[in-house]
Ligand binder design. Structure first.
Ligand code: HAM
Length: 435
């Protein structure tokens, strides 16, 4: 009987694993240079923790189960509730602001489609313990810093920024009662992905009248800050939230990432716990699903039994990101194959023990070195060196070696001990593999 992987999951053969590691290494590197510390949490949690404040959509996508003690559990579809739980447990001893990151493996029982799978990795950047819009700006900066790091420019991607409280203020002014706001936001979250008619149907099901739909859509479509400020100027509580957006823009400009950002009031986010500025990152043409999404969630820790402290952050998945990088040809050649510094070859009969010694010495110096298991002619071993992408072949003959640059074919004759004494330098002197 032969098995396949479950739909919506991925096998990571070495090719795919290299790409995954390249992405996750960059996530970690960028997190650390921005002052974030890594944490992790269990892969399953109590069901209630994951449903209490995340909303209907995520509740429907849970892989849930009961353990033998009858506890209701679920595999994590996101890590934000676990983060809130962990921070609440140590709230009095953690110095604030808390700047933490994580790269969890997550599962959602979604219908698999382009960019959405049932198991994926998601980079999380969060700042807890600050109400300042500077924290929101810093999270967006970190996202842009990463995009730049992996070669995605403002021409490739955009952080589309909206505001939940402004949207709620417009809904309220249009006569939508507070208890209907969550359903209205859930419908609005789907607007960019639906044909107009279907969106209208969904919004009507959420309780909005035709007039209310028209009013909120008009607000969502005003594309710049001035028009937005005009549109919400007279609405209760709105000017403060509009001012927060203006402050955010000031910070993003000062931090040099404003080119990556645009205002888009159609962004309201699907998860129910967001309370402030929200954003999603898309490819410029918006032909793919969101690369990342996040925002401020000031009530979540309180709802989970902790104090009310400000919190903001985002999650970025590896799936859409991978598709976009492939489409734009931004995956570096070096990620396509495993780098190998030296392939060591026995250049005459009886030299194999020397080969083993050389390989051992190179590896002990932290260089990557490999050799053929078969004793075969030099030409065949050179072909293997080439197939393995070695920077150089080292042909060993008694107490001498010939170091052959695999890119240029140039060959250098050295004493064996001399080579072992400065193999790093010999490698550095070779032309780079990409030329
Ligand atoms: P989210 O919008 O549900 O937010 O997910 C964020 C990102 O994770 C998405 O933009 C996408 O890249 C990726 N993602 C989500 N679902 C899938 C899927 N089924 N397959 C592949 N990728 C997926 C959250 O999860 C929030 N907890 C993020 C957050 C952190 N907010 C504040 N802090």
């Amino acid at each position: 009987m032969r098995f396949q992987s479950v739909k919506g999951t991925r096998d990571f053969y070495p090719d795919q694993m290299r790409l995954r590691n390249w992405i996750t290494d960059a996530w970690r590197r960028v997190s650390v240079r921005n002052g974030f510390e890594e944490y992790d949490a269990p892969i399953f949690e109590y069901l209630d923790l994951l449903t209490i404040k995340s909303g209907q959509e995520i509740a429907e996508q849970l892989f849930s189960f009961s353990d033998r003690g009858g506890r209701h559990l679920a595999i994590r579809p996101e890590i934000t509730p676990s983060l809130a739980r962990m921070v609440n447990a140590r709230i009095h001893s953690l110095p604030r602001p808390i700047k933490w990151f994580s790269v969890p493996r997550l599962c959602r029982a979604e219908n698999p489609q382009r960019g959405r799978l049932r198991e994926f990795f998601q980079w999380n950047i969060d700042i807890l313990g600050s109400d300042d819009v500077l924290a929101d700006a810093e999270c967006i900066f970190v996202a842009a810093d990463f995009l730049r790091e992996i070669g995605l420019t403002p021409g490739d991607v955009c952080v589309r920024i909206g505001s939940r409280p402004l949207t709620v203020a417009v809904l309220t002014a249009a006569g939508v009662p507070p208890q209907a706001a969550d359903a209205a936001l859930a419908a609005l979250d789907k607007r960019p992905r639906l044909p107009e008619e279907e969106f209208h149907k969904l919004a009507a099901e959420a309780g909005l009248t035709g007039e209310q739909i028209a009013r909120v859509c008009e607000f969502q479509d005003c594309g710049d800050l001035e028009r937005l400020e005009e549109a919400v100027g007279g609405l209760k509580g709105a000017p403060a939230h509009a001012a927060a957006l203006r402050d955010l823009w000031g910070h993003l400009a000062a931090m040099g990432v404003v080119d990556y950002c645009c205002l888009d009031m159609r962004i309201v986010r699907g998860l129910a716990y967001y309370t402030g500025i929200v954003y999603e990152i898309f490819d410029r043409d918006q032909s793919l699903r969101a690369i990342a999404g996040g925002g401020r969630y000031d009530d979540l820790l309180g709802v989970l039994g902790g104090p009310k402290i400000g919190a903001t952050g985002f999650g970025m998945g590896d799936v859409v990101l991978g598709i976009l990088l492939e489409e734009k040809g931004k995956v570096p050649q070096a990620v396509r194959s495993q780098p190998l510094d030296f392939f060591v070859i026995d250049g005459q009969e009886g030299a194999f023990q020397q080969v083993q010694r050389v390989v051992g010495a190179l590896r002990a110096r932290g260089l990557t070195a490999d050799f053929s298991y078969k004793r075969q002619p030099i030409g065949k071993q050179l072909r293997e060196a080439n197939r393995r992408g070695a920077r150089a072949a080292v042909i060993v003959r008694e107490d001498r070696v010939a170091v052959k640059d695999m890119a240029t074919g140039d060959q250098n004759d050295l004493g064996l001990e001399d080579f072992l004494g400065r193999a790093d330098r010999v490698l550095a002197d070779l032309r780079s593999p990409t030329g």
